[in-house]
Design a protein around this ligand. Structure first.
Ligand code: EPZ
Length: 423
């Protein structure tokens, strides 16, 4: 297994391009199952989660091809669903990438049935899918659980009013996709408002779907008889962009992330500014500079447009070097403090009580061998290693490779001393 070796203490500076958003590509790939023709997704990053979902679509009988798309590492994924014969997703693939649940809605809508391995939990929480299933049941589907699989079937989905008990990103995406081919109108109330949901709605609309309200709490979908293939450009990854800006801020550097969309990152940019970093919007990107001390600020995660849970771990690493005390409250997932024990090994002072971590800033962190546990916790450890004195080794980097495309190359281009080593 690969590890990252980081020599900390260097100020990062320069410009780096953000990749396409993993959490926008995955639902777009699932949406291809709805189409009567091939779907091309342009601007996709080379990530393990994306190739895993591609394998699941191939298992079903779809053809999946990737080709380079313009040279700078971006790819186009081309999916032709015509060969779908087996609307099933097996455990050995789903267990490595729980967002596979996104194929459920499209399969039931297009083929009248689906058999998906229950995704199960992961390091950050139980990750249930009850909202997905309740929504499909309200649309007339019958669901059953057996041998770790969920089976869903229907003669044809009917439009329904579905009110989510909580904001769920993939729940909103799954049911929005299912509703595009249902008979009648579906209203999704308390819908998630993430940019990735809006990107999916835009793609579905260009395929012929009748959707309005994405980006608000209520999405209305009027069913249509069929959807056509399309080529759709994926949005930039706001989580990767925020992570790269935090790399500039934590090292006291001057970093510009080209391709970043400021309006999709407001909550993070505001907290960076409150912490004393200088944020500026430049043509085609966002720039961060920090010369003074890191001011400790409080953070509470919440659904978009609030502070993203996917940046909580990375921001906590930054607050470890703050000039006072910072409260970090995680309200989305029940176990998203796996990075705390590792940060403590670098000298961080963090006390956790329930879903709140109290971070007392220290003057410096010291490098150490660390263990990555989940995707965003891994990024947190890399950021801490960039700012720490001495050498940091981050083990089990495969967690990071799920959601960051060649992060070590991006950071090296900004002056970091980081290398990937085979263990
Ligand atoms: C999406 O996960 C993202 N993944 C996650 O990113 C992100 O952290 C999360 O949204 C929150 O923003 C993708 O888009 C592929 P949720 P998702 O359904 O949809 C509870 C990353 O690092 N819930 O919005 O699975 C759930 O337990 C990943 O890239 C139910 O109880 O998250 C959680 O507490 C990690 N029942 C809350 O809702 C359900 O049926 C929000 O989860 C569904 C969700």
């Amino acid at each position: 297994m690969d590890i990252f070796v980081i020599q900390g203490g260097r100020r990062l500076s320069g410009t780096v391009r953000v990749s396409g958003a993993k959490n926008a590509v995955l639902p777009l790939m699932a949406a291809s199952l709805l189409a009567d023709g091939p779907v091309e997704i342009a601007g996709t990053p080379r990530l393990r989660d994306i190739s895993t979902l591609g394998k699941i679509l191939e298992y079903m009988g779809a053809s999946v091809e990737t080709a380079s798309d313009g040279g700078d590492g971006r790819e186009v994924v081309r999916i032709d669903p015509a060969g779908i014969r087996k609307p099933e997703a097996p455990y050995d693939l789903v267990k490595t990438m729980r967002a596979s649940v996104l194929v459920l809605g499209p399969l039931v809508a297009r083929h009248g049935r689906a058999r998906i391995s229950l995704p199960g939990g992961c390091a950050i929480g139980a990750r249930p899918i009850d909202q997905h299933l309740k929504g499909l049941e309200r649309m007339g589907a019958r669901t059953s659980l057996s041998e770790g699989y969920v089976e869903v079937e229907t003669s044809r989905l009917s439009g329904a009013v579905i009110c989510f008990d909580m904001k769920t990103v993939t729940g909103t995406e799954n049911l929005m996709m299912a509703a595009t081919l249902a008979k009648g109108t579906t209203v999704l109330s308390n819908a998630a408002r993430e940019p990735e949901v809006c990107c999916l709605a835009g793609a579905l609309r260009s395929m012929g779907a009748d959707i309005e309200g994405e980006g608000s709490d209520e999405i209305v979908v009027r069913g249509v008889p069929a959807l056509r293939g399309v080529r759709h450009e994926v949005i930039p990854d706001r989580i990767e962009a925020s992570t790269l800006l935090l790399a500039g801020a934590i090292t006291g550097g001057d970093v510009t992330v080209s391709g970043a969309v400021p309006s999709a990152m407001d909550a993070v940019l505001q907290k960076l500014a409150e912490s004393g970093a200088e944020i500026s919007t430049v043509p085609g990107g966002v720039r961060v500079r920090r010369e003074g001390p890191i001011r400790s600020v409080n953070v509470e995660t919440s659904p978009y447009p609030g502070f993203p849970t996917d940046i909580q771990a990375q921001f906590m690493a930054y607050m470890c070097l703050g000039d006072g005390e910072s409260k970090v409250r995680e309200t989305i997932f029940e176990n998203r403090f796996m990075h705390v024990a590792e940060l403590r090994r670098m000298g961080a002072r963090i006390d956790v009580s329930g879903n709140t971590a109290e971070v007392k800033g220290v003057a410096a962190l010291s490098g150490a061998p660390l263990m990555a546990t989940d995707l965003r916790a891994s990024a947190s450890l890399v950021l801490a290693g960039l700012a720490a004195s001495g050498t940091t080794e981050v083990l089990r980097i495969y967690h990071l490779d799920r959601g960051y495309e060649s992060l070590e190359n991006k950071l090296s281009s900004l002056g970091a001393c980081i290398s990937r080593v085979k263990e």
